[in-house]
Design a protein around this ligand. Structure first.
Ligand SMILES: CCCCCCCCCCCCCC(=O)CC(=O)SCCNC(=O)CCNC(=O)[C@H](O)C(C)(C)COP(=O)(O)OP(=O)(O)OC[C@H]1O[C@@H](n2cnc3c(N)ncnc32)[C@H](O)[C@@H]1OP(=O)(O)O
Ligand SMILES: NC(=O)C1=CN([C@@H]2O[C@H](COP(=O)(O)OP(=O)(O)OC[C@H]3O[C@@H](n4cnc5c(N)ncnc54)[C@H](O)[C@@H]3O)[C@@H](O)[C@H]2O)C=CC1
Length: 723
């Protein structure tokens, strides 16, 4: 786990724990042994700590945090004290990343050098803890308080040049890092070590600490609403300036222990691994990420330059993938091209891209008004109106126009991929690539396979997702897939709550306080009330009935049509300046509650004879979330999603479910499935006209156990395989 190499008069300790050199127990043991061995060897004059493979060190082994027995001696702080107290200089030589405990190891060393391309940071806050091996006490001694507070509470990584500027590094290297470390070591041999031991020096700007803390606290409370760890990070850095080193370190340990045992950190650690597990796709036929090669995608077409098509084109060109954007209407095409250019201008303004990079993106974007122009592209993504007949017509035409190997993807948000694929003679090459709005911002890509989609097609769109920087999840086709199907139950309950006593802002506020970035009505205004209307009309058409604002039930199913009344008034959301809220044209980001909407809702209730009453926040949360959770269990039961983690990742990245609450499935596991099941049964009895309250069989089975079944075992109960 740590290779010990003698090179002339130097001892090289090379951390060798693939894939990312996490500081597992054996690594910690290896470091202590290495330092002791080197100190005991008279021939050794200095020690270099380096990482083998692609990075220096990714930090503590996060998997050990759920198994407290694994956090055994030597713990990272005692490893660090052995390093710091070494009588021979210890130099850390960083390449790739030094993160969390990895950076702490470097801060225990007497000197730190890094490759130009290296990045360092304390991402602990992203898993709900703080750098608990004296990181919060040591960093301020190098960088000053304000910088340390920002770096630790944000979890951001900085490049070597900035780290040098802020005193974290002693040198930035352009050559081979090991060779440079050896040269550096030779120069510092014999120099006094005490001033290099961070535990022996003071925080320079300690007298300002309260003022710095207050400013940072106000920012953190606003930016990371509802999260505990960022505040603890600040408090711990503040302690570094207010207490002796040892006392601050002891206090840091108390804070990390509290955080680590807390609900938010458990959820965030779960989220870390859930996100990584999503890319490990597998089809029921056995094909998987491990045994299927993607095809090469060098050129693409996007059809429809509306909200989604423009956003998708941005994602592709930003990743250097050429796009031909096809619109039926030249005016719409021009508007789409302008939208794309405007989005990229926004990135330039925010310094996420240089003007030169923008120009390069625009160079690989071409507009067209005929599908014929797509004859030679490798992959097409269709993003026209949500209308099955229109999509089938387009796919049939693409099948004729495109070369035989072209993959045909649909951005449909609800429609059955098999029904679209059957319009072509290449159903194996048809797949859903469901982006979320705004596509150039939302990180989720929900890829949808149909009954005939080939493994290679799946592998290709999963790889495409990775290439354009999306968190990509694979699901099976069904109405609405995983995201919209489960979210629709959440949305339906939100609409019913409007009919029973709430206003949009009441519901949004409760759910935002729960942690959702935006309540459902703000989201609806963003994605377009017209889009929702179109979807509902399609569903009604497919079910053979006419949906009007008078409709209250169909086939024994409760329907709320308040949103349709807004559609009929031309209130489509942000795009028309009015929706569930009203918007000042100069500030479209700020939804303002609108008394006209309240009137529409009250009229609707009066017309339908609906009694209104005050609804407590707990009921709002339960109705919206448990309805969705119940549907999530059905999705799992039907194997539309392979594992609960996939559903949670979809909710986190598609619907801004708070990462620190894990996702609906994780949330349900924490509430306890017995309790969730009881409440689902309660609401089923109360609302018999909403089929989303019919308890899922899988949920019932799991809840009937005398002990809670861990999430990792839920899959075993699918299809009656257990119980
Ligand atoms: C009774 C209560 C006890 C309380 C005791 C309290 C005292 C405890 C004292 C402990 C002191 C701890 C001090 C500390 O500072 C804590 C930390 O260091 S926490 C860890 C901080 N580090 C991170 O969060 C880094 C996370 N990783 C990354 O950002 C990326 O993985 C990385 C940039 C390193 C590489 O990215 P990439 O190349 O894209 O690869 P992947 O992300 O896909 O990762 C590959 C593979 O590796 C797994 N992995 C990554 N990092 C870790 C890690 N730190 N621990 C364990 N495993 C890790 C990752 O999951 C992937 O594996 P999969 O199998 O695919 O999931
Ligand atoms: N808006 C949203 O939030 C999301 C929408 N979707 C889905 O994406 C698709 C597109 O939705 P939006 O972009 O919102 O719609 P939109 O109405 O903004 O854009 C559709 C575009 O398609 C163009 N178009 C129509 N027929 C065409 C044809 N035959 N050839 C070329 N262009 C044609 C229209 O002119 C229009 O510009 C739909 O299937 C929708 O369900 C998916 C995720 C989110």
């Amino acid at each position: 786990m740590v290779d010990y190499i003698i090179d002339q008069n130097l001892a090289i300790l090379a951390v060798n724990n693939p894939p990312v050199n996490a500081l597992s127990h054996h690594v910690r043991e290896g470091l202590v042994e290495g330092i002791k061995k080197a100190n005991a060897n008279d021939q050794v004059t200095a020690i270099v700590i380096i990482g083998k493979g692609k990075i220096f060190c990714s930090g503590a082994d996060i998997r050990e945090f759920s198994n407290h027995a694994a956090i055994k001696d030597p713990v990272l702080t005692s490893v660090g004290h052995t390093i710091e107290n070494s009588g021979k200089p210890v130099i850390s030589a960083i390449h790739g990343n030094a993160l969390g405990g990895g950076l702490e190891v470097a801060l225990f060393c007497h000197y730190r050098i890094a490759s130009e391309s290296a990045r360092v940071g304390f991402p602990e806050v992203l898993i709900g803890i703080l750098p608990g091996a004296e990181g919060t006490v040591r960093l301020p001694r190098l960088s000053g308080l304000s910088f340390a507070m920002d770096m630790i509470a944000s979890g951001k990584q900085i490049n070597a040049k900035d780290a040098f500027k802020h005193g974290i590094l002693d040198k930035v290297c352009t050559g081979n890092i090991l060779e440079e470390a050896k040269d550096f070591a030779k120069k510092v041999i014999g120099q006094p070590l005490d001033s290099r031991r961070l535990s022996r020096i003071n925080v320079e700007d300690a007298s300002n600490v309260d003022a710095v803390f207050e400013v940072a606290l106000a920012q953190v409370k606003k930016k990371y609403k509802g999260q505990i760890a960022p505040i603890y990070c600040l408090k711990s850095v503040r302690n570094s300036a207010k207490m002796s080193f040892d006392k601050a370190a002891a206090e840091e340990r108390r804070l990390i222990t509290e955080l680590m045992l807390g609900y938010q950190s458990i959820a965030l650690r779960y989220s870390f691994f859930a996100e990584r597990s999503a890319s490990k796709w597998r089809l029921p036929c056995g094909a998987s990420v491990n045994n299927t090669k993607p095809s090469k995608i060098e050129s693409t077409g996007v059809i429809g330059a509306g909200t989604m098509g423009s956003g998708i084109a941005v994602c592709l060109i930003r990743a250097g993938i050429p796009v031909i954007l096809v619109e039926k209407d030249p005016k719409m095409l021009e508007k789409g091209m302008e939208t794309i250019s405007g989005i990229l201008d926004g990135s330039v303004k925010l310094k996420r891209m240089t003007p030169g990079q923008k120009a390069k993106c625009m160079e690989i974007l071409k507009g067209a008004t005929s599908l014929d122009k797509l004859s030679n592209v490798d992959l097409v993504i269709e993003a026209v109106y949500e209308n099955l007949e229109l999509k089938r017509q387009i796919f049939a035409q693409l099948d004729k126009v495109c070369k035989p190997s072209t993959l045909l993807c649909s951005n449909t948000s609800t429609l059955d991929i098999d029904k679209i694929a059957s319009a072509t003679n290449r159903p194996d090459k048809v797949v859903g690539t469901h982006f979320f709005a705004p596509a150039f911002i939302m990180r989720l890509l929900e890829n949808v396979y149909g009954s005939k989609t080939s493994p290679t097609t799946v592998a290709t769109v999963m790889e495409l997702g990775r290439r354009i920087g999306k968190v990509t999840v694979l699901v099976k086709t069904c109405y609405g897939f995983v995201g919209n199907r489960t979210h629709q139950c959440f949305g339906a309950e939100a609409s019913f709550l409007l009919e029973e006593g709430c206003l949009p802002q009441d519901i949004d506020q409760v759910l935002e306080e729960f942690g959702m970035a935006m309540g459902p009505f703000k989201v609806s205004d963003l994605s377009g009330i017209d889009v929702g209307w179109r979807i509902r009309q399609e569903v009604a058409k497919a079910a053979g009935f006419k949906l009007t604002t008078e409709t209250r039930y169909h086939n024994g199913e409760r329907i709320s049509t308040v949103g349709d009344s807004l559609f009929e008034m031309g209130r489509y959301g942000i795009k028309t300046g009015k929706g569930w809220y009203k918007y000042d044209p100069t500030n479209l980001r700020k939804p303002v509650p609108d008394s006209d909407v309240a009137d529409v809702i009250l009229d609707h209730c009066a017309k339908m004879g609906l009694q209104r009453c005050k609804i407590p926040p707990q009921e709002i949360i339960e109705r919206c979330l448990f309805a969705a959770v119940n549907e999530c269990f059905r999705v799992l039961e039907e194997r539309v999603a392979e594992k609960p983690e996939d559903i949670d990742v979809i909710w986190q990245y598609g619907f801004s479910f708070p990462r620190y609450a894990g996702g609906p499935m994780f949330y349900a596991s924490q509430v306890g499935l017995k309790r969730v099941y009881e409440r689902v049964c309660f609401y089923h009895e109360k609302f018999p006209y909403s089929s989303h309250w019919i308890p899922s069989d899988l949920l019932r089975k799991l809840a009937s156990h005398s002990v809670e079944i861990p999430m990792s075992q839920w899959k075993e109960f699918v299809n009656g395989s257990k119980l």
